[in-house]
Design a protein around this ligand. Structure first.
Ligand code: DX5
Ligand code: ZN
Length: 221
């Protein structure tokens, strides 16, 4: 599986999952049809919270491989280039670095590719789309909330950034992340997004598989 497919894809974010039964929760969304699982890594510096590291990716790898699913690692960490090898070795299929997190973006993207992963660049809501175009990533992650927490409200002006990214880099897939549900995903799709990260809308629901299905229906066709 790849993030670089033309079909629209939903990427459930395990940040909002019940970690006491993480495997079951991931199995539920894989069963519902998900083929991308989004893993949010936070270091307590780039963003205040600390979340998970490579051992969580490693723990999910077997489950993902059994369903031909993709592990999409979003690094919200300072100097992400120092962590690429560990996440690639753990089984990441794509790794995203923030433009704001390192002066060595070109090096970081090349290191991700050298480790056999797809290389993504993430932009905070306050960062202009032009910052991504210069770096030539395989895909762009457009933050539609400020990074650091699940369950925030979608920032409507991010639609302009998505449109701008789509104009500047028409061949590059755009992933949107933050406040995505069946109401906000269609607007993002119209603006040019192709990959839709959803955390609380899926794992905050009593029935994650049904919630996945509602978002999928909202962007089908
Ligand atoms: C936030 C993370 C997101 C988060 C999204 O910094 O990058 O992936 O899980 O959560 P929701 O979908 O609840 O906004
Ligand atoms: Zn994320």
């Amino acid at each position: 599986m790849s993030l670089l497919r033309p079909e629209r894809q939903i990427a459930p974010s395990i940040l909002s999952a019940d970690f006491a039964r993480l495997g079951d929760q991931v199995a539920d969304v894989l069963e519902a049809g998900a083929r991308v699982i989004h893993v949010d890594v936070m270091d307590g510096h780039f963003v205040p919270p600390i979340t998970m590291g490579p051992i969580v990716v490693e723990a999910l790898k077997g489950l993902a491989t059994d369903s031909d699913a993709h592990l999409d690692v979003h690094l919200m960490v300072e100097r992400p280039e120092r962590h690429i090898a560990a996440f690639a070795k753990a089984g990441a299929d794509s790794i995203t670095c923030h433009v704001e997190a390192t002066p060595h973006l070109d090096y970081a993207l090349n290191a991700i590719r050298d480790h056999g992963c797809e290389a993504g660049l993430a932009l905070n809501p306050g960062t202009p789309a032009e910052a991504a175009a210069q770096a030539q990533p395989d895909y762009v992650l457009c933050m539609t909330v400020n990074p650091g927490w699940g369950g925030q409200s979608f920032i409507p002006r991010s639609l302009q950034t998505i449109e701008r990214l789509h104009t500047l880099m028409p061949q590059v897939p755009i992933e949107v992340d933050g406040g995505i549900d069946e109401h906000t995903a269609p607007d993002c799709a119209r603006a040019g997004a192709g990959v839709f990260v959803a955390g609380s809308a899926i794992f905050g629901s009593d029935d994650p598989a049904a919630a996945y299905g509602r978002i999928a229906s909202s962007i089908s066709g």
